[in-house]
Design a binder for this molecule. Sequence first.
Ligand code: 5GP
Ligand code: ZN
Length: 115
Amino acid sequence: MDNCIFCKIVNGEIPSRIIYEDEHVIAFHDINPIAPIHILLIPRLHISSFNDILPENKELMGHMAWVSKEIAKQNKIDEKGYRIVFNCGEHGGQEVYHLHAHILGGRLLGGLVKR
Ligand code: 5GP
Ligand code: ZN
C-alpha cells in the first residue's frame, strides 16, 4: 500500500525498533509510548482497519492474539496484566490506517480511553 507508514515499516523503508517478526506479523515499539511497555503488533498484509477484516483473515487474527500473549509474557507483563487495544475509525481514535494491536502494560491502566 503506497504511503502507508506501517507498510513502510514492513518493507524496511522506515526504521523501527522491532522486537518480534515472523512470516505473518511484525511487532515493534510505539514511537510515542503511553505506558512503560507499548508495543505495536501489525500484520505484514495491509488491512486498513478492524472494519476491513475478511473471513480469510480469521486465522491471521488468531495468530495476532497468540503472538500478543507471547509478547506480553516475553516482556514480563503477563502476571500483573496488560491491555490489547485495536482502535477503529474516527471515534475509536485510529490514526494509522494499517491494522495494529497496541500491547500496553507496565503500569496500572485507567479507564478505557487511550490518552
Ligand atoms: P492509532 O492511534 O492508529 O491506534 O495508533 C497509531 C500508533 O502508531 C500511535 O500510538 C503512534 O505513536 C504510533 N506510530 C505512528 N507512527 C509511527 C512510526 O513511524 N513508528 C512507530 N514505531 N510508531 C508510530
Ligand atoms: Zn499498510
